[in-house]
Write a protein that binds this ligand. Structure first.
Ligand SMILES: [Zn+2]
Length: 270
C-alpha cells in the first residue's frame, strides 16, 4: 500500500510511545499456550510448504505503518514478515494469521494482482490507486478466509485481532486529513472500505474507535455511511457470505467492472 512519508513518521512516533508503555505493562506470557501455538504454526508452515512446493521463510522486520505482519508470495520463497518489537504471544498469533495468507496464496487465491485488474482505460487515474482500492475491497473476503483456515488448524487469533484493531485505532484526524489531501477521492473509498470490512470481520470486538476515526473526514464518513446503507446487514461469518459482502462493497463503491474478485471457494474470477 502506498503511504506518505508523513504518515510513516507519525506512525514511528506512535510506535515509540506505545512500545515504552507496553514494556511497562506487559503480562507474563503463558508458556504452555505459547509452546503449543508454536507447534501449531510449525505444522501449518510445513503444510503450506508442501502445498506451495516452495519454502516459507518467517522473519521479524519492518512492515507498512498500518500492518503488524505480511506475507509476500510474489517472490521465489514465500516471505512472512512479522513486525519487529511485538511481544511473543502476539507475534506467534500474527505468524499463524500470515501462514493463512501463505496457504491461500499456495492455493492460488490472491487478493489482487495486475492480471486481475480490468483495462486501464476504465480508470482515469493511476493504476496503483485502483489496485489499492481493489485490495481494500478484497480484504472483506480474504481476511475472514485466512482466519478461518488458521482457526481450523488450531491457531488462536485473539491476540492478533486485538493488536490489528489497536493499530487501526491509532489513526488521528491529522492522519486522515493528510491521506485525503494526498489521495483525494481514492482515499475516501479505500479508507471507508477498509474500516467497513474490518468491522464486518470482527463484529465481536469493540470497534467504536474505528467509527470515530471514520467520522474525522466528511468524505470518508459519507462513503462509509453509503456502504452501510447499500451493503445492508449481511453477516460475514462464512467464506461464502464474506465473498458476497466483498462483491456488494465493490458494487456500492461504484467499482463494478473495474476489477475482478476471486471467489475463494471456486477460485474463479467474478
Ligand atoms: Zn491478513
Amino acid at each position: 500500500m502506498r503511504q506518505s512519508k508523513a504518515l510513516i513518521v507519525v506512525w514511528s512516533l506512535f510506535e515509540l510511545a506505545i512500545a515504552s508503555v507496553e514494556a511497562r505493562g506487559l503480562n507474563a506470557p503463558d508458556a504452555l499456550k505459547s509452546d503449543s501455538q508454536t507447534v501449531i504454526n510449525e505444522k501449518f508452515r510445513e503444510e503450506v510448504e508442501g502445498l506451495a512446493k516452495r519454502r516459507v521463510i518467517i522473519r521479524r522486520g519492518t512492515v507498512e505503518w498500518d500492518e503488524i505482519g505480511n506475507a509476500n508470495c510474489y517472490t521465489s520463497d514465500i516471505i512472512i514478515t512479522i513486525r519487529r518489537g511485538l511481544d511473543e504471544t502476539i507475534a506467534t498469533a500474527v505468524e499463524g494469521h500470515e501462514l493463512g495468507h501463505a496457504f491461500l496464496c499456495a492455493k492460488g487465491i490472491l487478493p489482487i494482482n495486475a492480471d486481475l485488474t480490468a483495462p486501464l482505460g476504465l480508470w482515469e487515474k493511476d493504476q496503483d490507486d485502483l489496485k489499492t482500492v481493489a485490495r481494500a475491497v478484497a480484504t472483506c473476503m480474504i481476511e475472514p478466509t485466512v482466519n478461518s483456515e488458521a482457526r481450523k488448524r488450531g491457531v488462536d487469533l485473539t491476540p492478533q485481532e486485538a493488536e490489528k484493531l489497536r493499530v487501526q485505532a491509532r489513526q488521528s484526524a491529522a492522519d486522515l486529513r493528510e491521506g485525503a489531501r494526498l489521495y483525494g477521492g481514492m482515499f475516501d473509498i479505500q479508507w471507508a472500505v477498509a474500516q467497513f470490512c474490518l468491522v464486518r470481520e470482527q463484529p465481536s470486538l469493540n470497534t467504536s474507535k474505528l467509527a470515530e476515526i471514520v467520522s474525522y473526514d466528511p468524505l470518508v464518513s459519507a462513503t462509509y455511511m453509503s456502504l452501510e446503507e447499500k451493503v445492508k446487514s449481511v453477516e460475514c461469518n462464512t467464506v461464502t457470505s464474506c465473498f458476497e459482502i466483498a462483491k456488494r462493497v465493490r458494487a456500492a463503491a461504484g467499482l463494478d467492472g473495474y476489477f475482478y474478485l476471486q471467489n475463494p471457494t471456486t477460485i474463479s474470477l467474478e
